[in-house]
Design a protein around this ligand. Structure first.
Ligand SMILES: Nc1ncnc2c1ncn2[C@@H]1O[C@H](COP(=O)(O)OP(=O)(O)OP(=O)(O)O)[C@@H](O)[C@H]1O
Ligand SMILES: [Mg+2]
Length: 458
C-alpha cells in the first residue's frame, strides 16, 4: 500500500486518476480535505482541537463516479473509512438502525485495521509457537526441553516426561516433515472455543447495537466452552495461529489505538444523502426523513457516541456526503445540516469521450476485465478503436433516449455485446476474437432500433 499520510493533494489526485475519469473538481476537493487532516495533526494541541473538518457534499447525476471516488479513497487511504447509505437509517425510536451505529461501524473498521497491523508484528512469534503446538499434538506426551526444566516443575500437577534423546530427535524429524508440508492432511484433535451466544429473543425490543454493548460486559457470563474437534494439520495450524496471535495481542491497547485513529482520522462517506432530503411540501414519509437528518446532525457536528469500547467523539471525523439530488436540492436539507457541509462540488454528466476513456483507461477498465476473464478460457479478445467508439456512442444514445444511468450503461451494453462469446467461450478455446465496429452494430443495432427492446435489455 502507498503511504497515504505523505501524499500531497496532487499525488492523491494522481492516484484517483488511475481509476476515475474526469470529475477533476471533486477529486481535488477530496484530496484537499484529506491533506488538511494531516496538516491538522501537526498543529499545537489547543489549535488542533479548534480545526473542524471541512465536510464535503458531492452532487451529481447517477452513475458518474460519486461512489467510485469514495470506494477508491477507501482503498488508498490508511484511515478508517466506511461508506453508508443515509437511507438505511431510521429515526431514533423507530425499528431499524439508528444513525449512531455508523460511528460504531467505523470503530470496528478501525479495530480490525489496528488488529491486523499488530498481528503482523507478532506473526513470527505466533508462528513458531504454533509449530511447537502442532508438534505437541503430533507427539503427545513428549515435551521438549532439558530434563532439568522438567524436574523443576515437579510439584506441578501435570507430569512431564523428560525428553529422552530419542524423543528429541523424533520431534526434530517431525518438525522437518511439518515444515516441508508433508503432514498437512494428517488428522489431529484440537480444542476449539465454542462461543455460546444467548438466544436472540431475550433481547428483542432493544436494538442490535445496544445489545452488542450489553453483551460486551455480559460475554463472560455465558462462558465459552471448549470442544475437541478432529481436523487436519492444515486447519489446526490456522486455528492455533489465530489463537496464539490473540494471546500475543493486547486488546486493550488495540482498542485505545483504534479509538484514537477513528476519532482523528476516520472518514464516513454518507451516500444517498439526497434521499433523506424532503421536498418543500412535506408530508408522510418526509417527516421521518427529516427525523433522520436531525439525528445525523449531532454526529456531524461532533458528539459523543457510546460504543462497546468506550466513548467516541465525532468532532474530527470527516464526512463526505453524496447524492444525485434529482428530486430534491441541497437546499432541501435542513439548514443546520447544510451548514455542516461547507464544501459542495458538482460532478459532471459523462460524455461519449469520457465513456471511451472509462472503457479503456482505468486500471480496472471494463474492457480489461472482459479480456482477462476470457483469457482464463484461453480466448483472446481484441477490441478495435472504432468498436470502442461505437459502444460509447450507443451508451450515450441509450442514456438520452431512456433513463440516464451514466457509466452504468456501459456494463449492460458490454454484457449484451459479449453474451455469445461468453457463452461459447469453451468451444472457441485458443481462438482470437476481434470485436469490430461491425460486430457491435450487428449485435446491438436491432435492440437499439426498437425502443421497447432497448428499455428492457440495455
Ligand atoms: N468518472 C468515472 N470514471 C470511471 N468509472 C466510472 C466513472 N463514473 C462511473 N463509473 C463507473 O460506473 C459505475 C457507477 O458509478 P458510481 O457507483 O460511482 O455512481 P454514483 O455516481 O455513485 O451514482 P448513484 O448516484 O446512482 O449512486 C462504477 O462502477 C464505475 O465503474
Ligand atoms: Mg452512489
Amino acid at each position: 500500500m502507498i503511504d497515504f499520510d505523505n501524499l500531497t493533494p496532487k499525488e492523491i489526485v494522481q492516484e484517483l486518476d488511475k481509476y476515475i475519469v474526469g470529475q477533476d473538481k471533486a477529486k481535488k476537493l477530496v484530496a484537499i480535505a484529506l491533506r488538511n487532516r494531516q496538516r491538522r495533526q501537526k498543529l499545537p494541541d489547543d489549535l488542533r482541537d479548534e480545526v473542524a473538518p471541512k465536510n464535503i457534499i458531492m452532487i451529481g447525476p447517477t452513475g458518474v463516479g460519486k461512489t467510485e471516488i469514495a470506494r477508491r479513497l477507501s482503498k488508498l487511504s490508511g484511515a478508517p473509512f466506511i461508506k453508508v447509505e443515509a437511507t438505511k437509517y431510521t429515526e431514533v425510536g423507530y425499528v431499524g438502525r439508528d444513525v449512531e451505529s455508523m460511528v460504531r461501524d467505523l470503530l470496528s473498521v478501525s479495530m480490525s485495521m489496528v488488529k491486523n497491523e499488530m498481528q503482523e508484528n507478532v506473526r513470527k512469534t505466533a508462528e513458531s509457537r504454533t509449530e511447537e503446538a502442532l508438534l505437541d499434538l503430533l507427539l503427545p506426551g513428549v515435551k521438549p526441553g532439558k530434563p532439568d526444566a522438567a524436574m523443576g516443575s515437579q510439584n506441578n500437577s501435570v507430569t512431564v516426561t523428560p525428553a529422552s534423546d530419542a524423543a528429541v530427535s523424533t520431534r526434530e524429524k517431525f518438525r522437518e516433515k511439518l515444515q516441508k508440508g508433508e503432514l498437512e492432511d494428517k488428522q489431529v484433535e484440537v480444542d476449539v472455543v465454542k462461543r455460546n451466544s444467548p438466544s436472540m429473543q431475550i433481547f428483542s425490543g432493544t436494538n442490535f447495537e445496544e445489545m452488542d454493548i450489553q453483551l460486551g460486559s455480559l460475554g463472560n457470563i455465558f462462558g465459552n466452552k471448549k470442544k475437541k474437534k478432529k481436523v487436519s494439520i492444515k486447519q489446526a495450524r490456522e486455528i492455533i495461529l489465530a489463537e496464539e496471535m490473540d494471546k500475543l495481542i493486547d486488546m486493550d491497547q488495540v482498542a485505545d489505538i483504534a479509538k484514537h485513529r477513528c476519532e482523528q482520522m476516520g472518514i464516513i462517506f454518507l451516500d444517498e444523502i439526497d434521499k433523506v432530503a424532503g421536498s418543500a411540501n412535506r408530508q408522510g414519509a418526509d417527516v421521518s426523513r427529516e427525523g433522520v437528518q436531525r439525528d445525523i446532525l449531532p454526529i456531524v457536528e461532533g458528539s459523543q457516541v457510546n460504543t462497546r469500547y468506550g466513548i467516541i467523539d465525532t468532532s474530527h471525523i470527516l464526512f463526505i456526503a453524496a447524492g444525485a439530488f434529482h428530486m430534491s436540492k441541497p437546499s432541501d436539507l435542513i439548514p443546520e445540516l447544510q451548514g455542516r457541509f461547507p464544501l459542495r462540488v458538482e460532478l459532471q454528466a459523462l460524455s461519449a469521450a469520457d465513456f471511451v476513456k472509462i472503457l479503456t483507461q482505468p486500471r480496472n477498465a471494463l474492457i480489461t476485465q472482459y479480456v482477462e476473464l476470457l483469457k482464463t478460457e484461453e480466448v483472446t479478445l481484441e477490441f478495435d478503436e472504432a468498436a470502442i467508439h461505437r459502444i460509447s456512442e450507443i451508451a450515450m444514445d441509450v442514456n438520452s433516449k431512456t433513463e440516464n444511468i451514466g457509466a452504468r450503461r456501459l456494463h449492460t451494453i458490454m454484457e449484451n455485446l459479449l453474451e455469445d462469446i461468453s457463452f461459447n467461450a469453451t468451444d472457441i478455446k485458443g481462438q482470437t476474437i476481434k470485436v469490430t465496429k461491425d460486430y457491435v452494430n450487428e449485435r446491438l443495432n436491432e435492440i437499439i432500433e426498437d425502443r421497447d427492446l432497448t428499455r428492457f435489455i440495455l
